[in-house]
Design a protein around this ligand. Structure first.
Ligand code: GUN
Length: 300
């Protein structure tokens, strides 16, 4: 059987090249440079790594990229003022507030004050609502599910009609928007979660499995129907004593080696969905800049 691995890095590189080309065109024809602002509150090391790589990627696309690093004790009101200033800043087309926020700040209040037109995370209720009613082309779609759909279409072709899709996980960031996208693509969609009965049997009925539960290798190989397509959204760091004392490695929510024996297509971790998430953040920022210029954005 041919290698079922979906190369997310290669597809993400293509998306990034398309974003850069389209950004160059916008700059040349309108003088508008896409601008992305990322706000990080506090010193969480993982968040700092993510935010730094978002800034680096934005610069690679030729964007105006700003990072606002605020101390952990920043008050909710100060953070809201910060976001409002970026809402009013014409040089900024995308605003991302890195989550999680410190416990004294109401995350939802902060997200809902971001202008929906600059909400490149797709977390504002206006964008959630547009996606839920199937207005996929006008909503900002959260980056991980949007990137996962691109990988699915690369593997299976544009028409996903009638396929049985099982999404394992019901988060607002991945599971629910992923289900909305699959439904908009005419799949028959099941959302499974930690309370689902006979989860293995539910997954066995899927042509498409999207795993987004945040539990290392929870989805087993013999849950995967022969010829199914598996999108593994999980990124879990686990101990890897076989690599030496204190070493760790990244694994997904799917047991890759086992599942690859059954699947026709499967994303690895790392190198699958991860690179797509950041590429789609750049794509959403570009889309926002095109809209602000009154131009039809490119499709990804
Ligand atoms: N923290 C982890 N993932 C994300 C994301 O996609 N967006 C934001 N804003 N914060 C995150």
């Amino acid at each position: 059987m041919s290698d079922p691995k979906i190369d997310g890095k290669a597809v993400a590189d293509e998306v990034m090249a398309n974003v850069k080309r389209s950004a160059d065109l916008l700059i040349a024809e309108t003088g508008i440079t896409p601008g992305l602002a990322v706000i990080i509150v506090g010193e969480d090391p993982a968040s700092q790594v993510y935010v730094a790589s978002k800034g680096k990627r934005a610069k690679e696309c030729g964007f105006h990229s700003v990072q606002h690093t605020l101390p952990a004790q920043t008050s909710e009101e100060d953070l809201l003022d910060h976001v409002c200033a970026l809402n009013d800043d014409a040089s900024i087309h995308g605003i991302l507030v890195q989550l999680p926020l410190p416990a004294h700040i109401d995350e939802n209040r902060v997200i809902q004050i971001i202008s929906p037109a600059k909400d490149v995370d797709g977390f504002h209720l206006t964008n959630v609502g547009m996606l839920t009613v199937g207005d996929v082309s006008n909503a900002f779609v959260p980056c991980t599910p949007a990137g996962s759909m691109i990988l699915l279409r690369r593997a299976l072709g544009d028409d996903l009609s009638g396929r049985n899709a099982v999404v394992v996980g019901r988060s607002n960031i991945v599971g629910k928007p992923m289900a909305s996208l699959l439904l908009a693509a005419n799949c028959t969609v099941t959302i499974a979660h930690s309370r689902t009965k006979d989860l293995a049997d539910v997954v066995r009925g899927a042509d498409i499995v999207v795993a987004a539960v945040g539990r290392p290798e929870m989805v087993k190989g013999d849950w995967i129907a022969p010829g199914a397509t598996v999108i593994d959204v999980g990124i879990n760091r686990i101990d890897a004593p076989e690599r030496g004392e204190g070493k760790t490695r990244l694994v997904g929510d799917v047991d890759y080696n086992e599942a690859a024996q059954h699947a026709a297509h499967i994303t690895p971790v790392p190198g699958g969905v991860g690179p797509m998430t950041i590429a789609l953040l750049m794509a959403n920022t570009l889309t926002s800049a095109y809209r602000s210029a009154g131009r039809e954005p490119p499709q990804f």
